[in-house]
Design a protein around this ligand. Structure first.
Ligand code: NAG
Ligand code: NAG
Length: 203
């Protein structure tokens, strides 16, 4: 019986203490969550993050010839710009891989680059001389090439992706793939590039 007193009097006190602790911890967590939210939101507003992109800024068709045997040789010079318009965030690019395709299936060249960095509010240009191996054409492809030359307009497709890592100060880093899929149009008579929007999109 004497042992009953401590057992009946202490549990309510202990429970009370634990509840009090739980309430304090809950309050601290709540405040921490609110502060984190405010910091992320203010950081976002201050930094105006803009997703880094790659885009084609210029190109030139240096060579587009085919001989009587139906063998095509072509060279396209392409300038790809990597843009980081953020004034407070550094961007890293890696796994850069684009492929220049003619007539949907003929791979003219693969454009690759080693990992590189783009500083705050900066851009980096790569000049790719994309030359094909001699490509034997079948009769339909020869007809298509003839009609391109008659229309003085030839189309290539540039497809691929690059991996971006984007460091936003205290907010940590974000990684994503940026995909490019666009058409490059040229006048084969003088090699002039017909500019069309060609910008990568994040996925
Ligand atoms: C960003 O770069 C542009 C030109 O490249 C310059 O005019 C501008 O002042 C720069 N902004 C900052 C915040 O450095
Ligand atoms: C190239 O040819 C096209 C069409 O023939 C013409 O519109 C364009 O101005 C020419 N460009 C140059 C730089 O001569």
């Amino acid at each position: 019986m004497p042992g009953k007193y401590p057992s009946t009097s202490s549990p309510p006190r202990r429970t009370h203490f634990l509840w009090w602790c739980a309430a304090v911890i809950c309050a601290i967590i709540t405040v921490a969550v609110i502060i984190t939210g405010v910091v992320v939101f203010v950081g976002y507003l201050v930094m105006h993050p803009r997703i880094p992109i790659i885009r084609v800024v210029d190109a030139h068709l240096d060579r587009f010839q085919y001989d009587v045997g139906g063998v095509l040789v072509t060279q396209v010079n392409i300038v790809v710009r990597s843009e980081n318009d953020n004034t407070k965030a550094h961007a890293s690019f890696s796994d850069f891989g684009l492929v220049l395709v003619f007539q949907e299936t003929m791979v003219i060249a693969r454009l690759v680059a080693d990992p590189y960095e783009v500083s705050k509010n900066d851009s980096v240009d790569f000049y790719f001389p994309a030359a094909s191996q001699p490509i034997p054409l079948n009769p339909e492809q020869m007809q298509a090439v003839d009609s391109y030359l008659k229309q003085d307009r030839v189309r290539f497709d540039l497809k691929g992706s690059v991996r971006c890592r984007w460091r936003i100060g205290l907010l940590g880093s974000v990684r994503f793939w940026s995909h490019l899929n666009c058409q490059l149009l040229f006048h084969p008579s003088n090699g002039t590039y017909i500019p069309t929007p060609c910008t990568s999109k994040a996925k």
